[in-house]
Every structure is written in C-alpha cells, then in structure tokens.
Ligand binder design. Structure first.
Ligand code: NAD
Length: 329
C-alpha cells in the first residue's frame, strides 16, 4: 500500500466542511480529524462526517503530517505559523494572508522547517481552464468579470482580496512579466470596505488586464476573455465552458471556418477563423486541488500554487486596493 498522509482540517465553516469531506475520499489522505474554535460547529461536522473533533489545535497537530487551514483570512498568519513551527505542511485557503509581510514571514518559516505551503487559488483547477492546457496562452489583453450576490462571509477583507484575487492569480499565471502600472477604482456599498472594484494592470511586456469584481450583484458571473495574436479564448468558470477562436492562413476557403477575410495575407493565404469548444471533463476543482496538495506532500507533484505564487497574487491585490483607497480619498 502506498504511503498515507495524516491530515487535519482547521476551520470547518462554509468551505472547510468541503475540504474535510473530500479528504475522506482521497486515496493517500487519512483525515485524522478536525478542529474549529466554534465547538458547536465542530461537533456538528464531526457527527456529519464521522470524523474526530479535537479539543485544541495543538492536539490535532500532534496527530497529523499536514493540515488544511480554512479559517477566516485574518487568522491565517497565526494559525499557519503554529502549524509550520510544529513541522506540518500547510494548505492555506486564499488569500494566503491579509498582508504581504505576513505572507513573507510564513514563506520564510516554511523554508526553515522544510514544509510545503500551498494556497487555495482554486480556479487553477477549474476543469474549463484545464481543458485549455494544450494552448500556448500568451495574452495581449485580458478582460475579466467576477460578480457575486452579497453575503457576509468573506467581508473580513475587501472585494479585491476576497474575489478579485482569484483573477489576479490567474492573470499572473498567464502573463510572465512584471507589473508596470495599475489603475484602479471602486466603491463601498454594503460594507465599510470596497465591495465593487475595477483594475487595469499594465505589464512590462505591454500586456494589459482589465478586471471587474463585485460582491453586490444579482447574479453570479465568472468569465474571462483572453485576446492574443491569432487566438481568442473565453472561459466561463461557472458554466464550465471554454471556447477557442483561432486565426489561420488557408490557401482555399475552408468550409469549417466561421469567418474568412476576403483579402489574401502576406503569406499568400486567406485568413480564416476556426472555432473549437474543447471537451471539459466533469471534475471537482476542490478535490483536484487537494489531490495536488497530498501528492505535493508525498513529493510526487509540485503544488500548483505555492506560497510564493500566493504572495505574488496578494501583493498585486494589495497594490490595487491601495490605489482604490487613494482614489476614494
Ligand atoms: P466561515 O466563516 O464559513 O468558516 C470559518 C470557520 O473557521 C468557522 O467555522 C470558524 O469558527 C472557524 N475559525 C475561526 N477562527 C478559527 C481559529 N483560529 N481556529 C480554528 N477555527 C477557527 O468562512 P469560509 O467562507 O469557510 O472561509 C474560510 C477561508 O476560505 C477564508 O480564507 C476564505 O477567503 C476562503 N474561501 C475560499 C474560497 C475559494 O473559492 N477558494 C471560497 C470561500 C472561502
């Protein structure tokens, strides 16, 4: 039998219960137990999943090799620090922490104790995105919309750190160039913090990303459009649909093309547009993410989003948020 990782979940609220539930079904993972500072919630989830509820984080840490930290963002530094200092691998839900200093502190500590930090930027595991893994993504321009109805959960941080950070992480994974300039603005509607935000990020290589995020929308939307030379891609992360439009030269009009230019290009060929809808596998992004974490702890895979990537996304998010605050003053 292959090695099993003894794991615990800290924080079994809205999302943590799903972590715990998936971890009972992932081979190589042995869910030893849970800990939640809300004892009533801990007991409820312990009964529901038939898993031990530990009376303290320390006692849980004495029984595991690794943990999933699914507590509110404001607690991530303190909770992760205790786990790492005990030599435990940590999966930290996004955003990694609420400040870049805290993220750097955890990364330094994890290096010292030789443990993995993985950060829960779940969209990297969205099957609609994974369906595009054969494409060479090199965007000139990215347009993103992420909207959600208002809920009090997640409002311990502004919308940029709650929702927009998902898209910032994706964009940084697509564009490997330093950020050059950021323009951003936003408004508060339901909280004392920023609830709707728009940011335009310009990268050193000339690429631009325009992101709109709102947590005060009637309907949920999670869409990204990627424009690059000879390629246009749309991803609907909620519906699980990707669409690809490729421009190619053809010597004759191809009946499969959805558009043809009347003019012949410099290569002596007609420019034509071809449409594809890649097959999207029906996988669960959270389960795939946790499998990646368990395999990373086993040394079989690299974490898709490590502490450094989590910190990079947070750094850009905080710069965007600071620009919004500057604009509001
Ligand atoms: P939640 O409020 O529903 O649950 C948090 C749980 O943590 C609660 O049960 C609370 O009692 C417990 N808790 C608080 N402090 C604790 C501590 N010090 N030790 C142990 N337990 C503690 O919150 P949520 O919506 O599940 O969010 C949790 C984290 O997950 C946040 O960082 C959030 O940003 C992130 N999140 C990520 C996604 C995603 O798409 N990846 C979605 C939702 C939430």
């Amino acid at each position: 039998m292959s090695k099993q990782i003894n794991i615990g979940v800290i924080g079994v609220g809205h999302l943590g219960v799903h972590h715990a539930s998936h971890l009972t079904k992932i081979g190589n993972a042995n869910l030893v137990g849970i800990f939640d500072s809300d004892t009533q919630r801990a007991e409820e989830i312990s009964n529901k999943l038939k898993v031990k509820s530990f009376e303290s984080m320390e006692s849980l840490l004495n029984s595991v090799d690794a943990v999933s930290i699914v507590t509110p963002t404001s607690t991530h530094r303190k909770v992760a620090e205790s786990c790492i200092k005990k030599g435990k691998h940590v999966f930290i839900e996004k955003p990694i922490t609420s400040s870049v200093d805290d993220a750097e502190h955890l990364i330094g500590l994890a290096n010292k104790h030789d443990v993995i930090i993985q950060v829960g930027h779940i969209e990297r595991f969205n099957p609609a995105l994974l369906a595009l893994s054969n494409l060479a993504i090199d965007p000139k321009y990215i347009e993103v919309h992420r909207m959600a109805p208002f809920m009090s959960r997640g409002t311990d941080v502004p919308v940029v750190l709650d929702l927009m950070i998902h898209d910032i992480d994706l964009i940084l994974s697509f564009i490997s160039s330093p950020v050059k300039e950021i323009y951003a603005n936003g408004v508060s509607i339901m909280t004392n913090s920023v609830d709707i935000a728009n940011a335009r990020i310009k990268f050193e290589n000339g690429s631009i990303a325009n992101i709109t995020s709102s947590r005060v929308a009637k309907d949920r939307v999670r869409k990204i459009k990627i424009f690059q030379q000879d390629l246009y891609v749309t991803i609907d992360f909620l519906a699980g649909i990707s669409e690809v439009y490729k421009a190619m030269g053809a010597s004759q009009n191809d009946p499969d093309a959805i558009m043809s230019a009347p003019l012949v290009g410099a290569d002596g060929k007609h420019r034509q547009i071809f449409y594809e809808k890649p097959v999207v596998k029906k996988t669960d992004a959270l389960k795939s993410e946790l499998k990646n974490y368990i395999n990373a702890v086993l040394g079989k895979e690299k974490p898709m989003v490590d502490g450094f990537a989590g910190k990079q996304a947070l750094d850009v998010a905080i710069k965007i948020h600071d620009k919004i605050l500057e604009d509001l003053r």
